[in-house]
Ligand binder design. Structure first.
Ligand code: FAD
Ligand code: SIN
Length: 531
């Protein structure tokens, strides 16, 4: 198959890019690939909303920039922060024009929520299902564009570079170039190659590397692992964000999120003794940035010997709660928790990858003709910790920026016709699928036990040793058996786990989301760790 623009991923980043490109080039083909169905994305599960300076009387770009920089703990790229904050409102207006609806107050003005680390109310939301609404609007808009081809159930295995033409490609190769991708078509079970002039990775996050995560099954860091294998640059993977308040429901995966907006509206964290403990940790109490709240909860759980703390909403107005958070109200009710009478048991869960595929301010990766946007990218916005609700915003701003840059490039790029077919010689059907499932469970345990919210040098060393063994076993399986999404996802997750541990080992300090009790001080050297 051949296409002009190949987009891997149908979340907010991939769709933003695809819509703009298809509108600009009605005569060219835009192909979107997804590994399950179009709306099964992290985007669909976003709850709290999208941050943006909307009420210019109270809020300002300056304040949103400051809040983002404070959360990022010294490692944000200030130019990128300014770009995202200033261009963000335009992108929000565009998605509103596509039909996304955000809640309004009685005066007909957008009702702006507040979340941790924000100094002002600036979160636009659609009840507690903002992502679902945004994804719907984008997919509806896509339907109006005949030059977009959407291929679901198609698993991208690897990006194609000179390596596949038989050349030696190393980290030092200067002009690594992307010619498209190899995919496993899950309808036909055939491996096909898709050649493209421009390829955009919008493959989302990697929360599935951890046992407890808010991320759906698709979040296995495939794009990050593919770029690493292709010798492209990855950075800041040690900064995995743990959301403080996932519903504590043993055995249920992924964990159901209880949005930070609940604390924005007055919810209070309490430990098992009923104490509102956040005031002991930070002057901003329950609305301190996420890294601080998640660590405080972790500490309270360890101190009191419990597996969760509580979110107390009993004092909140019932009608308002149900109006803003109908999904959470219903979910809690379904498991016997009436939030007006009972406190909600919550615990931190892996939620967001701040690092990822290194890009410049136009979404260009270190590999030619390959762009990255959304959660899989590391644009420089988040630094050491993402400010709540900045992710949907970043995905739209960078989907747009990738479009602006690639539209200038596309006319100059020829398709590379000499790419060989995938070589599956010597592989057989896997005889024990259970081994793949077990490896994924093992990986998740290693990452949760040794590379979680609080790290030490010895834990990281242990994690690396165990990952090494998993890597060796999985590579052997990969070389000898027919590829399947399950096997490839485990392989990708092991790579992502390795990158997280490697980044954490290099960072001899505690900063943002990376907290190592053997290195509690911040280093004077502000640096991103590039792998
Ligand atoms: P995704 O939306 O995750 O899309 C990834 C796409 O890539 C999917 O289509 C998938 O099929 C495809 N894909 C991946 N690998 C492959 C492969 N190998 N082959 C083919 N296709 C592939 N952020 C906010 O700003 N505000 C919020 O309120 C908020 N709430 C959140 C709540 C939850 C529960 C979660 C999990 C996240 C939340 N986030 C929030 C974060 C935000 O939702 C995500 O960072 C963002 O949606 C990511 O969008 P994306 O387009 O980069 O990727
Ligand atoms: C939430 O609603 O609490 C999640 C917001 C985010 O991840 O940005």
């Amino acid at each position: 198959m051949q296409t002009d623009f190949l987009v891997i991923g149908s979340g907010i980043a991939g769709l933003t890019y695809a819509l703009k490109t298809a509108k600009e080039f009605p005569g060219r083909k835009v192909t979107i690939i997804t590994k399950t169905q179009a709306d099964e994305t992290n985007t669909k599960y976003a709850q709290g909303g999208v941050a943006g300076v909307w009420d210019e009387e109270r809020d300002s770009y300056h304040k949103h920039i400051e809040d983002t920089l404070i959360a990022g703990d010294g490692l944000c790229n200030e130019k990128v922060v300014e770009i995202v904050v200033k261009e963000g409102p335009e992108r929000i207006k565009e998605i509103i024009a596509y039909g996304a609806e955000f809640d309004k107050d009685e005066q007909g003005e957008y009702s702006l929520g507040k979340e941790g680390g924000h100094s002002e109310n600036r979160i636009l939301h659609h009840k507690d299902v903002t992502g679902k609404e945004m994804e719907r609007a984008l997919l509806d808009e896509m339907e109006t564009l005949p030059n977009i081809e959407l291929i679901n159930h198609c698993f991208v295995l690897d990006i194609i570079t000179q390596h596949h033409l038989g050349y030696l490609v190393t980290k030092s190769t200067l002009d690594i170039t992307c010619y498209g991708v190899y995919v496993l078509n899950l309808q036909t079970q055939q491996i096909e190659k898709i050649l493209a002039r421009i390829t955009v990775l919008a493959t989302g996050g990697c929360g599935q590397a951890y046992r407890t995560t808010t991320n759906p099954r698709i979040a296995t860091g495939d794009g990050i692992a593919m770029v690493y294998r292709a010798k492209g640059k990855i950075e800041n993977m040690e900064f995995i964000q743990f959301h403080p308040t996932a519903l504590f429901e043993p055995g249920v995966s992924p964990s159901f999120l209880v949005t930070e907006a609940v604390r924005g509206d007055g919810g209070i964290l309490r430990n098992k003794n009923g104490e509102a403990f956040m005031e002991r940790y930070d002057a901003r109490r329950d609305l301190a940035p996420r890294d601080i709240v998640a660590r405080a909860i972790d500490n309270e759980m360890k101190r009191t010997g419990t597996e969760h703390v509580y979110l107390d909403c009993r004092h909140m107005d019932k009608e308002k709660f149900i109006h803003h958070f109908p999904n959470i109200y219903e979910k809690c009710m379904s498991i016997g928790i009436d939030v007006m009478k009972h406190m909600i048991p919550v615990a931190p869960a892996a939620h967001y990858s701040c690092g990822g595929i290194k890009t410049d301010e136009w979404g260009r990766t270190s590999i030619k003709h390959l762009y990255a946007c959304g959660e899989c990218a590391s644009t420089g916005l988040h630094g050491a910790n993402r400010l709540a609700s900045n992710s949907l915003l970043e995905a739209m701003v960078f989907g747009h920026r990738c479009f602006l840059d690639s539209k200038k490039e596309v006319g100059t790029i020829a398709l590379e016709e000499k790419i060989p077919d995938w070589n599956a010689a010597g592989t057989t059907e896997p005889s024990e699928m259970i081994l793949i499932t077990q490896s994924q469970k093992e990986l998740q345990l290693i990452m949760s036990d040794y590379v979680g919210i609080v790290r030490t040098d010895m834990r990281l060393e242990r994690a690396m040793k165990r990952l090494d063994l998993l890597f060796t076993e999985t590579e052997a399986l990969y070389r000898s058996t027919k590829v399947s999404p399950q096997l490839c996802e485990v392989r990708n997750l092991i790579t992502v786990g390795y990158l997280i541990v490697k980044g954490a080992e290099f960072r001899k300090e505690s900063r943002g989301l990376h907290y190592n009790t053997d290195h509690l001080q911040k280093s004077d050297l502000l640096q991103n760790i590039i792998l």
